[in-house]
Design a protein. Structure first.
Length: 85
């Protein structure tokens, strides 16, 4: 939930791949190996999906194919459109 909240704070929609990256960044920081997500252990996307679905404060929605988006139930979804110029 903390990783999703941090993406909301950055106004980034928590798509699965972005959420995976944020979880790894937070893991790297917690392990004192910096904020470089590449240095953190890999996270299984299916496991993250399962964890998110089990959190009562989160809503998981499928997008295209295997992609998901995860939304907080207690905050409005206001995100920057990264595809807009």
């Amino acid at each position: 939930v903390a990783a999703v909240r941090s993406l909301y704070a950055d106004q980034l929609e928590p798509f699965g791949r972005i959420l995976l990256r944020r979880v790894r960044e937070r893991c790297a920081a917690a392990q004192h190996i910096g904020n470089n997500a590449d240095d953190a252990p890999l996270v299984d996307p299916k496991y993250l999906h399962k964890i998110c679905k089990s959190c009562p404060g989160l809503r998981v929605r499928p997008i295209d194919g295997n992609e998901i988006t995860v939304h907080l139930l207690d905050q409005p979804a206001v995100f920057v459109d990264v595809t807009s110029p």
